[in-house]
Design a protein around this ligand. Structure first.
Ligand code: HAM
Length: 424
């Protein structure tokens, strides 16, 4: 008899993979907790209307990707394609939005997309939603939280933040008009989907992959030309906050995102390391959604991590065959001799770590390459300067922390704290 197979694009997560998933989930949950978010759980199936009304009727998700079916009572139900709509529905039904709320959730989502690496029909998200707070401080907080997650996972050097503001609902409406006026004369040259969207959902045309449409869009008006004063102020404050926290970002004035509920901030964390499916976390502000779902206007902002993509990235990192915890790089004979003494002291202080000294002569660059390949978390760097200043340079090989020059005792204390888990 033929063996039954799983549904295309819906994956088993095997025992060899689950430890990595759990590790990533734990790290993210710990960061989320640091910011005071509380967990909420809601069903995997909702009335189809929940998603239609929130995500928007004329979006890829609702038009083409939802798993929708009639149940035995003849009601139209859908597997959730994302968490925000269900979260808002649950909060309203349970009366949770009388006070500001910071909530998080995790679990499977379902979209009937064409499967490829990083894009599946069942995938998992960890999502966050903050309700009742209208200041850009909260948008910045969510960006800071996500940046902290990358740092804790050691992924901050492989993801980049792209950000934009769609302005208020009115600004967005003005932009819609400006875009339609600009595109109408080119209607016949646009791809088929974009022609249809010209009347139904023109902002989505900006996301078209069609080269002719993209060419036409080059001269199109920009959303920031349509901001009103309040939208501009909101955006300026957010950017100022991100700058103050030294968050690196790229502004992309064409970023609109595939769900209709956004106003003001939209953002995506993207990576080059996964091929075409490079967005690993995305979100934004959606001040109009709660009202659209039938309650009083309530500001809101949130985002979701795509766990399959995040775990793929994390796996790349863990796949480095770790042959050392610390790698000592020493240039010159005196430095090499001292490195050996230091390595012995470190082995005393950190007995279960593997402390590897570069075994031959070699340029600083060649030794650093070996250090990186060893999978070590840290390189200790010693040269003539370091010897004469009695300072040792400690460099993180996996995180973009500043390298530090420490005395021998400071170095041993610092590493001992990491070793005993006092510092993470
Ligand atoms: P989204 O951009 O549709 O936003 O999805 C968030 C993340 O889920 C994406 O960046 C991606 O990493 C992952 N993802 C989406 N589709 C797939 C797929 N087919 N296969 C694998 N991963 C996928 C939302 O869902 C919003 N609810 C986020 C949000 C929360 N905005 C405000 N609050």
């Amino acid at each position: 008899m033929e063996l039954l197979q799983s549904i295309r694009g819906m994956n088993d997560i095997l025992p060899a993979e689950t430890p990595l998933w759990s590790k990533a989930e734990k790290i993210i949950q710990r960061v989320i907790q640091q910011y005071g978010y509380q967990e909420i759980r809601f069903p995997i199936v909702e009335k189809t209307e929940v998603f239609k009304r929130s995500i928007g009727e004329v979006t890829d998700i609702v038009e083409k990707e939802m798993y929708t079916f009639l149940d035995r009572n003849g009601d139209s139900l859908s597997l959730r394609p994302e968490g925000t709509a269900s979260c808002v529905r649950a909060c309203l039904q349970q009366g949770l939005l009388v006070n500001p709320q910071r909530l998080w959730y995790q679990g499977p989502m379902f979209r009937h997309e064409r499967p490829q690496k990083g894009r599946y029909r069942q995938f998992h998200q960890i999502g966050l939603e903050a309700f009742g707070m209208s200041s850009p401080i909260i948008d910045a907080e969510i960006v800071l939280l996500t940046a902290r997650v990358w740092k804790e996972l050691g992924l901050e050097s492989v993801v980049q933040l792209t950000i934009n503001s769609l302005g208020s609902a009115e600004a967005r409406k003005r932009y819609r008009e400006a875009l339609v006026n600009f595109l109408m004369p080119y209607k016949a040259d646009l791809d088929e989907d974009s022609q249809r969207r010209l009347t139904s959902n023109p902002l989505r045309i900006l996301d078209s992959k069609n080269p002719t449409t993209q060419d036409i869009l080059r001269e199109a008006p920009c959303i920031n030309d349509c901001y009103d004063e309040a939208s501009q102020r909101f955006w300026n404050e957010l950017i100022e906050l991100l700058d103050r926290h030294q968050i690196t970002y790229r502004v992309n004035s064409r970023l609109v995102r595939g769900l209709d509920y956004y106003t003001h901030t939209v953002f995506e964390w993207v990576t080059d390391a996964l091929g075409a499916q490079g967005t690993v976390c995305a979100g934004g502000r959606y001040d109009g959604l709660v009202e659209l779902m039938g309650s009083k206007p309530t500001p809101a902002v949130g985002c979701a991590f795509g766990m399959e993509r995040l775990v793929l990235l994390y796996q790349n990192l863990q796949n480095l065959a770790v042959t050392a915890n610390i790698y000592l790089v020493a240039v010159g004979q005196a430095a090499q001799h001292y490195a050996q003494l230091l390595a012995e002291k470190l082995r005393n202080a950190l007995p279960s770590w593997s402390i590897v000294q570069h075994g031959e002569e070699g340029s600083f660059k060649a030794q650093m390459k070996k250090a990186d390949k060893s999978g070590a978390e840290y390189a200790i760097i010693l040269g003539e300067n370091e010897l004469s200043n009695q300072k040792i340079v400690l460099k993180s090989l996996r995180k973009t922390e500043n390298q530090e020059a420490l005395s021998e005792i400071e170095l041993i204390n610092f590493l001992s704290k990491i070793y005993t888990g006092e510092r993470v």
